[in-house]
Design a protein around this ligand. Structure first.
Ligand SMILES: *Cc1c(COP(=O)(O)O)cnc(C)c1O
Length: 503
């Protein structure tokens, strides 16, 4: 059979190899878009009330055979940025636990992508690997973990939970789980409060222990785990032939920012020879600061800690972190040694390879945006801002508690979350109104979000639907919280008066 060659396959193909001048031209356009976004951010609506169909029509198109000219490409990106993005960096954005995204972090991401380091192997990313290791040791030291501690950047708190529990399982189960699987021993059990973030149950499920292996222990009035009931649950499971493996202490619950009694839980773990995992995805960042660290006494006794820079350290998505008390535990959980990456370290004098200390193989340089943000801002700016976020949450809580049509829900803020609800004057103190108030506030939250000026989310606390503001946004100030209060009241009044909601 003969083949015809339509063109000389050995002729240079330069289409993808943009020279520096062409990169500069595109870069200038992109920087222009970025800075326009920054300068207009405060005046734009946080979201557009478009439907999924409308957004899909606006942002998707056929993959072109030929290049889209830069002018048209920029128009396309403008549509994405200004009409089809949720402006999580807007000062009125205070939902979930989603940071605003540092400016130096965004710039650093361009550098990281430009040099395209593969932080799976030291030889492919020498500076990047050492920066990530250094950053992990710095986090660990600020938490009070020993010099043996280490860790790695994950895509977020969910993965930090998964791999923290994987390390616990592989180091502490008592048999070779990596080789034999979880079924080769007694059922493993994990303990956390009923306020624990749902990703921890999913981690148990993914790790083969089953989501039911996570025992949810009731909380006290401050939404902290009841250690007496925790102790009883562990004893009951031991008696039934289970193997209690991990206690997950939450340092800053996603609902209200409650911090479990870490010291008491650490004592219990020591007595029971169990692994202490601290879910600090939200609050763990506050534990890094001098002022708030005392609230987290006992965190330095953790075997592993999940921490999310993309939340309260404000860096762009995504970048969480898993810290472990002993870097060797990561090797125990994740080591591999395939022939195709083997090297003689004596000869090369190279450092640690993350492919053998993480569940990843190829990895991006996600540490740079965190590291460059720390360098560009300096640590005291973070310490001031984190403390300010806590003060703002207390301000909002106080405003809600003194307002005659608002009611606080849950305990006063331990960290930077405040919850309240709208209660029409006539329904104040009426126990029969609970169901209606839940429906009304759920509707109110959606109405506030669609309004575009403020964007809270919700928490359900002891059966009450609350509007929840979580302040991990360095652009939010007291005036934005005033706007939230004003909007909640005027929109609440209108929804109630219109009879828009049925219980
Ligand atoms: C946000 C959060 C998580 C999940 O982290 P992601 O970064 O969203 O994956 C887990 N636990 C707590 C307490 C959280 O606040």
């Amino acid at each position: 059979m003969t083949t015809t060659m339509p063109r000389d396959l050995l002729a240079p193909v330069l289409d993808l190899d943009w020279p520096a001048e062409r990169a500069a031209a595109l870069g200038d356009e992109i920087v222009g878009l970025w800075t326009e976004y920054l300068s207009r951010l405060r005046d734009l609506p946080i979201i557009h009330p478009s439907s999924a169909d409308q957004v899909r029509a606006a942002v998707t198109r056929e993959v072109p055979d030929e290049p889209v000219p830069v002018g048209e490409l920029m128009e396309y990106l403008r549509t994405l940025v200004f009409e089809n993005a949720t402006l999580t960096g807007h000062p009125g954005f205070m939902a979930y636990v989603s940071g605003a995204g540092t400016v130096p972090g965004a710039a650093a991401d361009l550098v990281a992508a430009a040099i395209n380091q593969n932080v799976g192997g030291w030889r492919l990313s020498p500076g990047a690997t050492e920066i990530e290791l250094h950053l992990m040791r710095w986090f660990a030291a600020r938490l009070g973990l020993p010099a043996t501690a280490g860790g790695f950047i994950t895509t977020g708190g969910a993965m930090a939970a998964l791999f923290g529990l994987a390390a616990a399982r592989d180091v502490r189960a008592g048999w070779d789980v990596r080789k034999l699987g979880v079924a080769a021993g007694p059922p493993l059990t994990v303990y956390a409060s009923s306020e624990v973030h749902t990703v921890n149950a999913r981690a148990c499920d993914v790790l083969g222990m089953g989501a039911d292996a996570l025992r949810l222990i009731p909380v006290d009035d401050d939404l902290r785990i009841r250690v007496d009931l925790l102790r009883e649950a562990i004893a009951r499971d031991r008696e039934a032939g289970h193997r209690p493996l991990v206690i997950i202490a939450t340092a800053g619950t996603v609902g209200t920012g409650a911090i479990d009694p870490l010291e008491e839980i650490a004592d219990l773990c020591a007595r029971e020879a169990m692994w202490l995992h601290v879910d600090g995805a939200y609050g763990g960042i506050a534990a890094l600061t001098d002022e708030l660290h005392p609230l987290f006494a006992g965190i330095e006794r953790a075997d592993s800690v999940a921490l999310d820079p993309h939340k309260w350290l404000y860096t762009p998505h995504s970048g969480g972190a898993l810290l472990v008390r002993d870097q060797r535990h990561l090797a125990q959980a994740f080591s591999v040694n395939p022939s195709y990456v083997h090297e003689d370290k004596e000869l090369t004098r190279r450092g640690l390879d993350f492919y053998a200390h993480t569940p990843n193989f190829s990895r991006g340089f996600h540490a740079l945006k965190i590291w460059v943000s720390l360098l560009a801002h300096g640590w005291s700016a973070y310490q001031r801002r984190v403390a300010h976020d806590v003060a703002l949450a207390r301000y909002l809580f106080d405003r809600a508690s003194s307002h005659e049509e608002l009611e606080t829900v849950g305990p006063p803020p331990a960290l930077s979350i405040a919850c309240f609800r709208y209660v029409p004057r006539a329904l104040r103190g009426d126990p029969a109104a609970e169901e209606y108030l839940n429906a009304l506030n759920e509707r109110l939250m959606a109405d506030l979000q669609l309004g575009g000026r403020v964007f809270p989310s919700n928490a359900v606390i002891a059966g009450r639907f609350a509007i929840r503001a979580c302040l991990v946004n360095f652009r939010t100030e007291a005036t934005d919280l005033d706007a939230l209060v004003d909007e909640a009241v005027t929109r609440g009044q209108r929804l109630h008066a219109e009879g828009a909601v049925r219980a």
